[in-house]
Design a protein. Structure first.
Length: 275
């Protein structure tokens, strides 16, 4: 089940995404599909339809979640990406934070910071946390996840190389596009429509594929990452955990459009601007 956060005016609402072609997620700009409007916030209530239906092409999709607390990033979680960055893969996950002010949704502009001359895209799978999580095991992690979405861990690469921490490079406003919706896992016993352990992660710039990998190549799995993070600090409902990017990262420039995709969830894009 896919749940989107959207507006048709000033009010933000949630809806189940229905009627996509062949039951696969389509880019946010496509006209197919509809939204079955829900009561309340599915992060805190069981999804219940109001009976209202909104055509998908009449809705403005926004980030499927705004973390109340934080976005947790993971660096160099694919060996090939670690190699392209000029180093060995770490034995333990590299953890960093993005504030919720970094989060934007589909079609919102990525604003290149004036103090950086080299900004990169990084397509990633992201997990959305639904409960208070502290000191759990990987086996317990599945029960802590509401669902999965697609992320672009936009990074000021020159600053990442220059600074002793990754804060400036990773945490600037608009550096965390999320979308187009959240994929909610199927109940136990049903055949999953989406498998976070083996999904294609892809990025396009101006329509051309520039990055592609599979989550099966992650060094640390999603449950392992959530368990590891929970031993450092408490995760809260609505927190988002990025799981790292595969090889193939590269620069984005003003005037371009960058799209990120996880097959089985969907794709979305953002224009790139400099102000």
């Amino acid at each position: 089940m896919k749940i989107a956060r959207f507006s048709t005016g000033d009010e933000l609402r949630y809806g189940i995404v229905d009627g996509l072609p062949t039951d696969e997620a389509a880019p946010s700009g496509e006209s197919a599909g509809r939204l079955l409007v829900l009561k309340g916030d599915p992060l805190y209530t069981v999804p219940e339809a109001t009976g209202e239906v909104v055509p998908l092409n009449e809705a403005r999709l926004v980030s499927p979640v705004i973390p109340r607390s934080k976005v947790v990033g993971v660096g160099k979680n694919y060996a090939a990406h670690a190699a392209e960055m000029g180093g060995e893969a770490p034995t333990e996950p590299i953890i960093f934070l993005k504030p919720n002010t970094a989060v934007i949704g589909p079609d919102m502009p990525i604003v290149l910071p004036e103090w950086s001359s080299e900004v990169h895209y990084e397509a990633e799978l992201a997990a959305v946390v639904k409960t208070v999580v502290k000191d759990i095991s990987p086996r317990e992690a599945a029960s802590a996840i509401l669902g999965y979405t697609v992320a672009n861990d936009v990074s000021a690469r020159d600053c990442q190389r220059q600074d002793s921490t990754w804060t400036r490079a990773k945490a600037f406003d608009t550096s965390c596009p999320l979308g187009p919706w959240i994929e909610i896992p199927e109940p136990a016993g049903e055949r999953p429509a989406f498998d976070p352990a083996d999904a294609v992660v892809r990025a396009r710039v101006d329509g051309q594929v520039v990055q592609e990998g599979r989550t099966a190549d992650m060094i640390h799995s999603v449950p392992e990452l959530i368990a590891y993070v929970s031993r450092i600090f408490t995760l809260l409902p609505g927190d988002v955990v990025l799981t790292g990017t595969p090889a193939g990262v590269g620069e984005i420039r003003a005037g371009q459009r960058v799209e990120v995709e996880v097959e089985g969830i969907g794709s979305f894009g953002n224009p790139v601007v400099r102000r």
